[in-house]
Design a binder for this molecule. Structure first.
Ligand SMILES: *[C@@H]1O[C@H](CO)[C@@H](O)[C@H](O)[C@H]1NC(C)=O
Ligand SMILES: *[C@@H]1O[C@H](CO)[C@@H](O)[C@H](O)[C@H]1NC(C)=O
Length: 288
């Protein structure tokens, strides 16, 4: 199968998973329904009656926003179009995070690049302050050309990262193997910032400010999450009255599994589970 047919097949299969990732929220709510600006106010522009946000970064500042509420499970999504041009060192991030000393975190981070070189999409999972679980992808499309959906489903059984409807990463609840699992409430956070010290080619490629301002666009501010206080996760957040906690979301279905394996095989460029220099003994969640 050539690449084009593969892509069409994958998208068709993904579309067949009726109901898998439906959003309960009605319509496309505006920014203020769920989010507020956290930094770089003068680098934030609202468009389309606040149904779209543009974040800018120049030498003076980047910018960011966060959800008003904290969530202890749910379906989190954002439509994102990252900056174009020379974006080496520029990081566009969409993640779940709680700022405490022993924190959990689920990351999508776009690591910009020089013109003509691929932007990497890095994912990471922190549990109890332990990260180092990077998996990176070179995408099958240009994420600066169009909006795409980036999604995270988080229930008590698994966390799945999706690009559009394609699952690209699963983090299982391996509590029985002694692996931490996110169980504290987190905020949804979006930011555009200068990652010159690490993001591109290990920090060798810095932001070229003559390409500034860098501009990222965001749409779809719906959140289907279980609201919780940060310090005492609400047990009700595991209840099957929330669609993302129901049994069909405990495992991928066969079509999704196929899309998951095919996509990772073709587009994953780094996997901490396979990095024997870094982890001579693979971390327990990587085995089996
Ligand atoms: C976490 O909170 C502290 C103070 O409450 C703040 O100084 C720090 O910048 C925050 N860190 C992040 C990553 O948000
Ligand atoms: C930065 O961009 C300018 C203008 O596009 C270019 O002339 C210059 O060579 C770039 N610098 C680096 C370090 O790539």
């Amino acid at each position: 199968m050539d690449f084009r047919s593969w892509l069409i097949m994958t998208v068709i299969l993904a579309l067949f998973q009726t109901n898998f990732l439906r959003s309960d929220a009605a319509g496309n709510v505006n920014f203020d329904a769920n989010y507020h600006v956290t930094w770089g106010n003068d680098h934030v522009l609202f468009l389309d009656q606040r149904r779209e946000v543009q974040l800018s970064m120049d030498q003076a500042s980047g910018a960011g926003f966060a959800s008003n509420a904290f969530y202890a499970s749910g379906f989190f999504q954002m439509r994102i179009k990252i900056p174009n041009k020379d974006t080496a060192g520029v990081v566009t991030a969409f993640y779940l995070f709680l700022n405490t000393t022993v924190h959990d975190e689920l990351d999508f981070e776009f690591l910009g690049n020089r013109p003509g070189k691929p932007v990497a999409l890095q994912t990471n999972v922190f549990t109890n302050h332990v990260g180092g679980r990077e998996q990176k992808f070179n995408l099958w499309f240009d994420p600066s050309a169009d909006f795409h959906y980036y999604k995270i489903v988080w229930n008590h059984h698994q966390i799945v990262f999706f690009i559009d409807d394609i699952p690209i990463r699963i983090f299982k609840n391996n509590g029985h193997k002694g692996v931490g699992y996110p169980n504290k409430a987190m905020q949804v956070i979006v930011s555009l910032w200068d990652g010159s010290s690490w993001a591109t080619d290990g920090g060798r490629e810095k932001v070229n400010w003559s390409s500034a301002p860098f501009q990222a666009h965001f749409q779809d501010f719906n959140i289907d999450g279980c609201v919780s206080t940060p310090d005492s996760p609400n047990k009700e957040c595991y209840s099957q009255k929330h669609w993302w906690n129901t049994e069909q979301h405990w495992l991928l279905n066969p079509q999704q599994q196929k899309a998951y394996y095919d996509t990772r095989k073709k587009f994953m460029t780094y996997d901490y589970c396979a990095d024997r220099n870094r982890y001579p003994h693979p971390p327990p969640e990587c085995i089996g």
